[in-house]
Design a protein around this ligand. Structure first.
Ligand code: ZN
Length: 117
């Protein structure tokens, strides 16, 4: 199925390009052929590339953020789901629930299912 649509896409794109290049010599029709060629080409290329896109659109791997308390005396550490905007050494708004110190992100990890810690 994927191969068929890819093949079809190539045929449509190539015929679009052919129309663009060899379009009608009649000036009244040449503009219409030009548009038709462009449309065919984009439709064909969409067909060819859409399969690739679908393949690349895997769900992102689960990512976790490690937050540690800034107080060296305190051992508080929290692992939570990665949130947009998280980065290593980003100061957190939240306070340590143990000692009320500020907290900083110490790591962002991609969780690999095949090698659990
Ligand atoms: Zn703390």
């Amino acid at each position: 199925m994927g191969l068929v649509s890819k093949f079809l896409g190539i045929i449509i794109a190539v015929s679009g390009i052919a129309i663009l290049f060899f379009g009608s010599s009649d000036p009244v029709w040449s503009f219409g052929y030009y548009i038709l060629g462009l449309i065919l080409m984009s439709v064909g290329l969409t067909l060819v590339t859409s399969r690739q896109d679908a393949k690349d659109k895997k769900p992102p791997p689960p990512t976790v953020t490690e937050i540690r308390c800034d107080n060296p005396e305190c051992t508080f550490k929290e692992i939570r789901d990665f949130q947009k905007g998280d980065y290593i050494l980003k100061p957190m708004d939240a306070q340590c629930p143990k000692c009320q110190s500020s907290m900083t992100i110490h790591g962002v990890y991609v969780v690999r299912e095949e090698e659990p810690e």
